[in-house]
Design a protein around this ligand. Structure first.
Ligand code: PEP
Ligand code: MG
Length: 787
């Protein structure tokens, strides 16, 4: 009789499903083995246990394995590879749903059917429920069936694997059409082209025929696009640079052709949204090259601390993967939850290994295990394990993943803040990103360094071959790949104009910025390092309007102490020649996790414990920073401000802690100390009047204020149109703050302050201070003078 194996994350669930199936077989004996959970209470699946269960279930007639989801499937596949050839031949991995499938399989096996029949019955186990409720697949695909269709061969050497499948899905979703595809060679059913998991089930190999059909307004265009894409091997083929600039439907091509008609420059809203850092860049495309990781010899800090370090690094890596939003990294994400890998690493930590050493050893063991197994699929898993291993190790050690491999225009999917920090303006002419948005931290860093950048340009830019000449305008968002002579000449002329404009602005950067109506506006710099403080000074900044003190707290294993902070803040003040220093207290959390602050994972980190909320949750750390600020304020003019304030209670709690710091310092309130808050949360903007008694000034963080007002995550390239520019709702909130502020000055230190088209509106609202990337101070001063 055919035996059954139940592979499931939960042991109690598996047992209950088996009990339910036993009810249905009415006492007829069926062999069902369970390989479920890591123990009674711990969710997980284990390939070794599955192998043992299969061996126990086999009586010579074969075994059908029923699984729940995710790693259960991967573990069962792994177990299968480890079995003797003879037994493996008799095992069927059954794609049926676990409960319905198990019941159907048990009944069928009990009747003495063969393994394939048992598996087929299990797969059909949903039929009863489907016919009762009406399954989505049974609904007639009427509209689609009537639309245009085509059949095209798959030419990709490895078939439609994850990356080309993801490309197909992305492109199909871009049309206002309902698109379906099927494998015509295997006569598979139609599946929606918008679903990666469904497309992945088609098993399209090289030489198979892909059928596509569509209905809806853009049906024709959608089918034509998918056919064209298939003919280009879904972007896997080497792309001829000339095709990118020759015109077409994608971003890079459109931008290229637009540059030829200079009249169109800068008038296309879609392009402006991608403009992330002004200036013109011309240079060869360069890629990022992986930075080797050298794990230092470090002392063991105790099992609890090391386990926490590992958990933080895993969480940071998960966020990183989520940020990239690329389905091909889904396998990596699953590995971050892989019980085998994690329990090995944790076990090693318990034995006294540091988190990096334990993680390195665990990933090496698992990868070697995959290497030893037959079949390309499993070997691919080994490279997945190694890739995730490196990514987590980097997060553990605070090492940037990659740095530019040469000089020119960096072309990348996106940049982590650590990678963006490696960009050297002397070598990098510009940045062109497939993802990202103008308020993402990568864009802010590019602006800070004065590197022209275009972001959110779409995945096609990743196909630009290394060394291809790229021209971009980070002020308008235009890009030309391998530009023709006239286009290149137009970009060069524009670059020259920029240089001249910057030169003029630099010449008067030391002068105050006064509007035509005679109102003096302080133009400050946003800084996050000593080098940027120097750049602020050189560019004529009137003050540091925002010091992102996170730079001192990120990428290290413990928080800086009071003395270290005092020394660093003092260094900034010196570099600024005694100009006012606006120190923002630590804005940790969300996309800036700190290894030494234990934080449970959050479903929505941007709506979580970040900014002032995080500082108030860690009073000892906060008290140290406040004491350091008070000490520096004794020597130099300091403004202190709190990020992400939502309620008056938070602000008064912070102010109480500041009072305590003053008491602890023992010399009274420093004469030059001013205390303010950032307005980044709509509730704080609308309730500004309530904060007035407790602040000397307001500083509006438009990056976060825009994100929260429009419910549009600041780094999400899909939401560029929402997040770009001054939205009318945000403008009203700014008005609200200015009118509630009375005699308290209002500053803007978000990226909007550098948007020359927004400056007049901000000043009209009553904003009297702008703070921008150091390299942009001269241009913003000019914009003020013109207002
Ligand atoms: C802002 O949110 O506008 C801001 C200035 O803060 P950060 O960009 O550091 O979040
Ligand atoms: Mg902010």
């Amino acid at each position: 009789m055919v035996g059954l194996v139940v592979v499931c994350h939960s042991r109690p669930l598996a047992r209950a499903a088996v009990a339910l199936a036993a009810e249905m077989t009415r006492g007829r004996p069926v062999t069902v083995e369970i390989a479920a959970g890591l123990d009674e209470d711990t969710f997980g699946t284990d390939a070794l246990a599955i192998g043992e269960a299969v061996t126990a279930a086999d009586s010579g007639d074969g075994v059908v394995i029923l699984m729940d989801l995710g790693s259960a499937v991967l573990s069962a596949e792994t177990a299968l590879e480890m079995l003797d050839d003879d037994l493996r031949e008799r095992v069927v991995l059954c794609p049926a749903p676990l409960v319905e499938g198990l019941v159907a399989a048990a009944v069928t096996a009990a009747s003495g059917a063969g393994r394939h029949e048992v598996a087929a019955e299990a797969v059909a186990g949903l039929a009863g429920k489907q016919s009762h409720l009406g399954a989505p697949d049974e609904r007639p695909p009427s509209r689609t069936a009537e639309g245009p269709s085509a059949v095209v061969p798959v030419t990709n050497p490895h078939g439609l694997h994850a990356r080309p499948a993801a490309r197909l899905v992305t492109e199909a979703r871009a049309f206002d059409a309902h698109v379906e595809v099927r494998n015509a060679t295997t006569d598979a059913a139609w599946v929606p082209a918008s679903s990666l998991t469904r497309v992945a089930t088609l098993g399209l190999l090289k030489g198979h025929e892909l059928a596509v059909r569509a209905s809806g307004r853009q049906a024709q265009e959608a089918v034509a696009r998918i056919v064209a894409l298939a003919q280009q091997s879904f972007g896997e083929a080497e792309v001829d640079a000339s095709t990118l600039s020759a015109g077409g439907a994608d971003g890079a091509a459109r931008a290229g052709s637009a540059a030829e008609t200079d009249a169109a420059a800068g008038t296309d809203g879609a392009r402006r949204e991608r403009a992330a850092s002004p200036g013109v860049a011309i240079g060869p495309a360069v890629r990022l090259r992986e930075v080797p990781i050298e794990a230092p010899q470090e002392p063991f800090r105790g099992a609890e601390a090391e386990t926490r370090r590992l958990a933080d690094a895993l969480a940071a890596t998960r966020r990183e993967i989520d940020r990239l939003r690329d389905p091909i990294f889904e396998a990596h994400r699953l590995l971050l939850e892989d019980d085998d890998l994690l329990s090995d690493a944790r076990g090693r930590i318990e034995q006294g290994e540091t988190a990096p050493a334990a993680w390195q050893a665990a990933t090496a063991r698992v990868a070697a295990g995959f290497d030893a197994l037959p079949g390309p699929y499993l070997r691919e898993r080994a490279s997945d394990v190694r890739a995730v291993g490196r990514q987590v190790l980097r997060a553990l050690l605070g090492v940037a993943a990659a740095a530019p491999d040469g000089e020119g225009v960096v072309v990348a999917a996106d940049l982590t803040p650590a990678e963006a920090a490696t960009l050297d303006p002397e070598r990098i002419a510009g940045v062109l990103l497939a993802g990202g948005s103008p308020t993402s931290h990568a864009a802010i860093l590019a602006r800070t360094r004065g590197i022209p950048a275009v972001v959110g340009a779409g995945p096609r830019v990743l196909e630009i071959p290394d060394g291809t000449l790229v021209a971009l305008d980070g002020g308008t968002g235009e890009v030309a790949v391998a530009p023709s002579g006239p286009v290149l000449a137009a970009f060069r002329a524009r670059a020259e104009q920029h240089r001249a404009r910057r030169g003029d602005a630099r010449a008067s950067a030391g002068e105050p910025a006064v509007t035509r109506a005679g109102v003096r506006i302080a133009v400050g710099a946003n800084i996050g390092s000593l080098e940027e403080a120097r750049a602020a000074s050189e560019n004529g900044a009137d003050l540091a309007g925002l010091v992102r003190t996170e730079f001192l707290f990120l990428g290290r294993e413990s928080a800086p102490g009071v003395d270290e902070q005092v020394a660093v803040y003092r260094g900034l003040a010196e570099a600024l020649g005694g100009r006012r220093l606006t120190l923002r207290t630590l804005d940790g959390g969300s996309d800036k996790p700190l290894a030494y602050l234990p934080a449970p994972p959050e479903a929505n980190p941007f709506l979580g414990v970040r900014g002032l909320r995080l500082s108030l949750a860690h009073p000892a750390l906060f008290a140290e920073q406040l004491l350091a600020v008070v000490r520096v304020a004794r020597e130099t003019p300091v403004s202190l401000m709190f990020p992400m304030v939502t309620t008056v209670a938070e602000l008064t709690a912070a102010r109480r802690m500041l009072d305590e710091a003053v008491t602890r310092d023992g010399s009274g309130v420093p004469a030059g100390l001013r205390v303010g808050m950032m307005v980044e949360v709509p509730a704080a903007a609308l309730g500004a009047a309530g904060f007035v008694p407790y602040v000397d000034f307001f500083s509006i963080g438009t990056n976060d204020l825009t994100q929260y007002t429009l419910a549009a995550e600041r780094g999400n390239p899909a939401l560029l149109p929402l997040a770009a520019g001054l939205d009318p709702a945000v403008a009203r909130l700014i008005d609200e703050v200015c009118s509630a502020a009375g005699d308290r000055p209002v500053a803007v230190c978000g990226e909007l302050a550098a948007d020359e088209s927004a400056v007049p509106r901000l000043l009209a609202s009553g904003v009297r201070q702008l703070s921008v990337a150091p390299s942009l101070v001269p241009l913003v001063k000019e914009a003020v003078r013109a207002a």
